[in-house]
Design a protein around this ligand. Sequence first.
Ligand code: MLT
Length: 416
Amino acid sequence: MAKINSHYQKLQAGYLFPEIGKRVRAFAAENPSAKVIRLGIGDVVLPLPGPVLEAMRAAVDEMGGADTFKGYGPEQGYDFLLQAISGHFKSQGAHVEPDEIFVSDGSKCDTANIQEIFATDNVVAVTDPVYPVYVDTNVMAGRTGEIQGGRYGKLVYMPTTAENGFDPEVPRIGPQGSQGHVDLIYLCSPNNPTGAVMPRSSLEKWVAYAKSTGAVILFDAAYEAFITEPGLVRTIYEIPGAREVAIEFRSFSKTAGFTGTRCAYTVVPKELMALNDKGEKVAVHGLWNRRQTTKFNGVSYPIQKAAASIFTEAGSKAIRENIAYYMENAAIIREGLKAAGYTVYGGVNAPYIWMKVPGNSTSWDFFDKLLKEAQVVGTPGSGFGSCGEGYFRLSAFGFRENVLEAVDRIKKRMKP
Ligand code: MLT
């Protein structure tokens, strides 16, 4: 009989968002007349903007012409999109060559897949709370050991809570294999779920740490377009030396309303090296290229054309309007909850509001109470890790009238 990958049996119950969906469906089945407002999973609601649709339609027409039809495209992405992305990095003060960019169908997939080009005995560091994909995919690969008290034995957890300003502490510097040393570091800024942006000074420390220890930073910047305050770091490549130590993930999902359309990209600079088992330095870029060309056939031409349109003047204006709409929602939630006496974080440079659960209830208890009393769905903080216990996430991705109604219901029905 075939054997399974037993590491899957170390995974905790279900993936967070399907579990929320299950509870909401059960509630809706029992309360068919309830108007449930969903501010749980961060999923966009505004339709694709006009310039994006126009580009997609024109590309679909090209697919119907004998002279313009496209079969397999380059696995890494079409040159028109790679050039546009490279230009965008330049406008943000960072140098990224077009052939260092790998277009994909999502940052969830890329942050999940990237770990497979690294050895299974690397020590992995994650923040706590954390986007669950980073943890679960390392569990599947057998890098984490068993779970005990909500934490995997071989993972290094870096608490990011109100006490440290949601800014994880850099581990002690030591040689590979020494106590406290980590090899792969997942950082997410603007952060999902806390909404915090890592200060430049912290990122400089992380890059210095990685350079002196040989660690690799996996930098998830899926929410960079939601930064509203000037001077904050949008790409890790703004930090000198980062090209030697960091991979960056970016996405069109939230930026341009592509959660259903699917397009993202990952940057692997050519300077980035890691060791093989003989102790020789190997370029990570070549490995990721090998992985993608073997396992992935690229994103479809019309979708890449649609993605490229957001770098035009009209496209960029349209997506900035949508982002402003969501950030106005974020301000309504944040200020509304504050006025009602809740302690809230985030929501200024990220589409997530991270609130303290009042009293001593757990974040799942608060989830159930909010659903029952206000018919509002959020995400329990403990779903992101044990340091997320006592917190709760609300997403700003919703229609304005629903966001206003949700805040109003919380104020009236859920005294903190
Ligand atoms: C979230 O709600 O955290 C995100 O929508 C999940 C994702 O992007 O995969």
